[in-house]
Design a binder for this molecule. Structure first.
Ligand SMILES: O=C(O)CCC(=O)C(=O)O
Ligand SMILES: [Fe+2]
Length: 274
């Protein structure tokens, strides 16, 4: 069986999420609910979206691939840059560097028969997400490394406060939460398209605006769609021996998109060339 021919009910909890079939009004209710949630909160979650057996297969595959993952370990600011700017104060948001440490399993390392790939490439999944984000059609990303990844966090790993570089949306699937820590937190609307709001950003980075921070609940099988380009977000340090395993997926608004070779090298390591 190839990645693209699995039945929807083998991957998705179709009783809770009627994405195909005759009940068009149930499908519309599902879309409206999450579309509204995303618009108002800047994130939406679909709990228990992925079927248990599919989730277990993903977790097993990620654990097996963990040894070939690239350890992406850096000091960076929330704009994803590793250099400070000496022309700005030491306390400026651009000069506050923090550690990030994650283990990246790229698309090309994952089997063609993987359930993760079947999920990503399924028309019903892509089409549901397109309607929730309300931006017309979506297309698979054509990069050799980026379309669907496992991101693993070991004891001590974390992803410090940052804005996502992409202006659209980010889609993650909680495959296995950590025993402790590994919480996904967000400070919605930290900046806007026209105002960097550096003071407020620096306050969040210094932990002075905890009142603005929401913790996004993440049970195994929960899909999360969020707009992270103007809202600081982070993954708190993981504690304990249980790997935190996420699926991360990239859909595009135009067909044939690939990633930047230098960005890929930073994310996936020297083996991917530049
Ligand atoms: O792992 C997560 O929950 C979120 C990771 C993240 O910030 C991202 O994928 O942009
Ligand atoms: Fe992010």
């Amino acid at each position: 069986m190839t990645a693209r021919t699995r039945l929807l009910e083998d991957i998705i909890n179709v009783e809770r999420y009627p994405m195909e079939g005759d009940d068009e009004s149930a499908r519309q209710r599902l879309i409206e609910k999450h579309r509204l949630e995303l618009q108002t909160k800047l994130y939406c979650t679909l709990p228990n979206f992925v079927a248990q057996a599919a989730l277990e297969a993903m977790a097993a595959e990620a654990k097996q691939l963990r040894k070939s993952a690239y350890h992406n370990n850096s000091l960076r600011n929330c704009y994803l840059h590793q250099q400070q700017d000496p022309s700005l104060d030491a306390g400026h948001a651009r000069n506050l560097l923090d550690r990030s440490s994650t283990r990246m399993v790229a698309y090309d390392q994952i089997s063609e028969t993987s359930v993760l790939k079947a999920f990503y490439h399924h028309d019903a999944v892509r089409s549901l997400v397109a309607q929730i984000v309300n931006e017309g059609s979506l297309f698979d990303n054509n990069d050799p490394y980026q379309p669907a990844n496992y991101v693993c966090y070991e004891d001590g790993d974390e992803s410090s406060w940052h804005f996502d570089a992409d202006n659209s949306f980010t889609m993650t699937l909680m495959i296995q939460p950590a025993d402790d820590g590994g919480q996904f937190e967000m400070s919605p609307h930290t900046r806007t398209d026209t105002d960097q709001n550096y003071d407020r950003v620096a306050q969040v980075l210094r932990g002075e605006r905890d009142d603005s921070v929401v913790s996004v609940g993440r049970e195994p099988g929960a899909l999360c769609i969020f707009k992270g380009c103007n809202s600081l977000h982070r993954v708190t340090p993981v504690r304990g021996d249980t790997l935190r395993i996420m699926g991360v997926f990239v859909y595009e608004f135009t067909p044939g998109q690939v990633g930047d070779a230098r960005v890929n090298q930073t994310i996936y390591g020297p083996r991917v060339g530049a």
